[in-house]
Design a protein around this ligand. Sequence first.
Ligand code: ADP
Length: 466
Amino acid sequence: MPYAKTGGLGDVAGALPKALCETNEADAALITPLYETTDRSLLDSLIIDNLEVEWHAGEDKPQARVFYSTATGAPAFLIDAPRYFARPGIYGYRDDYERYAFFCRAALALLKRLGTPPQIVHGNDWHSGFAIAELAARRSYDSFYQNTRTVFSIHNLAYQGQFDPAELPRLGFANEWQTFEIDGTANAMKAGLAASDVLSTVSSRYALEIQTPEHGYGLDWLLRLRSDRLVGITNGIDYDVWNPATDPHIAARYTSEDLTGKQVCKLDLLRSFNLPEEPDRPVIASISRLIPQKGYDLIREAAAALLESGAFFIVLGSGARENEEFLQRLREHAPHRVGIYIGFNESLAHKIEAGADMFLMPSLYEPCGLNQMYSMRYGTVPVVRATGGLDDTVQSFDRARGFGNGFKFEPYEAGAMIESLYEAVYCYHDEDAWRRIQTNGISADNSWQRAARRYTELYRAAMTMP
Ligand code: ADP
C-alpha cells in the first residue's frame, strides 16, 4: 500500500520499510512490481529506462523499466515489465511463477545497477522465493552478492507458487532442482524456505502451527528441520493510516479519551448501508476475503443465531461465489439488520472499523490478521477464533479483573463462535465493562516500531550467518 493490495501483505510491504527507516538502524527500500492498477500519480520519476535482466524464457527479452517513489515514506523501486504485469489483476494467472521469477531477476539486476551490495535481501512469500534461491547460488561466484544475507518471511503458507519442474531451466534454475522440488513439483515457497539464511513468519503461534502437519501444507517437515532459524514477529499496524483521531475517511474523529465521535461514525455507517439508525443495537462487522480460510462456513451455519442476538451484521468482502450469494440472501431475508457490500473498498473499510462495535474473525487459520488490530485501535472489540496471530494479539475479557481486549473461542465450531458472540453482546450492554474492553484494546502496542525493532535484530542475526 498504496501501490497495490489484495490483503495483509500489501499493508505490511507499505508500512515495514518506513518503520525500518524510522529506527535509524536500517536503510530500507521496497522493490515491487508496477501493476496496472497502481496509481501512476504516486510515482516520482523514471530512473532506469532499460534494465538489463538475465532472462532466457521466451523469444524476445521482456522490457523492464524502473520507477522511483517515496509515497510510503520509504524509498520504493517499482519494476515496470509490461509483458508480465500489464494485466488487470495482481495474481491468479497461469504463468504467475514465470511473472515472479522475472520480477526477482529484475530486482537483483536493479540492486547491481544501483551499485551498493545490500547487506540483507528480505523476501516475502513464495513470489520472492526465486530471488532467495538465486542469491544462495550466486554467493559462491558473484562477488557483488558475496556478503548479502537473506531473510524469508511467510505470510501465508497455503500459497506456494507451484509449477512444472521442467520449467526450471527456462527460468535460469537448471541447477536448483533440489532447492525447488518437492513431490515431483517445483515450489517457490519451498525454495525460499530451503535457501534463506533465516526465516520468519508473522506471529509466534503461527510459527509453531506451521511446523505441524495440520497447518504445514506439506512443508512442516522442512520448517521443523529449520526451526532454529525460524522466528515469529507479529505484524504491526500503520498508526498514521489507521488512526481514528486523524482518519479522513470517517464521519467524525475521536480519541481514546473521548469516544463520542465513534457514535457519530456508527450512525453514519448504518445510514450508508440503509439500516435503521438504532444506536443501542450493537453492530457486528466483518471485512475479509470471503474464502474458506476466513471461517465463512461457521458464519453461514450460525447466521440465524447471530441475528437472534439482536445485533446488526455488516460485511465488506469478496471471494467465493457461494459466500457472496449466501450474504446477499441473508440481506434479503433481514434487510433491516444486515448490510452487505461485495467488492474491495479501502475507504469503506475505515468507516466500518470506526462505526462497528464488534469485529468478527472466526478464521480456520490466520497467520497474523490485521483487522483485529485495526479494530482495537478504533475501539471496536474483536471476537476471534484462537488461532495464529489472532490468538497472540487478542486476550479474552475477564470481567472480574477487568483484563482482556476481546472475545476468543478455540474449537472451529459454530456453537463456540456463537457463545463468544453472545458473551460480547451481553457485555456490550454493560457500559462500564464495555468501556474497559475498548480501553484495553486501544492501549495495546501494536505499532510497527515494535515489530521493526525485532526485524532489525533478525537482520543482525542473519548478518552473522556464515
Ligand atoms: P489476508 O491478508 O489474509 O487477507 P489480513 O487480516 O492480514 O488478511 O489483511 C486483510 C487486509 O485486507 C486488511 O487490511 C483488510 O482491511 C483488507 N481487506 C480485505 N478485504 C477487503 C475489502 N473487501 N475491502 C477493503 N479492504 C479489505
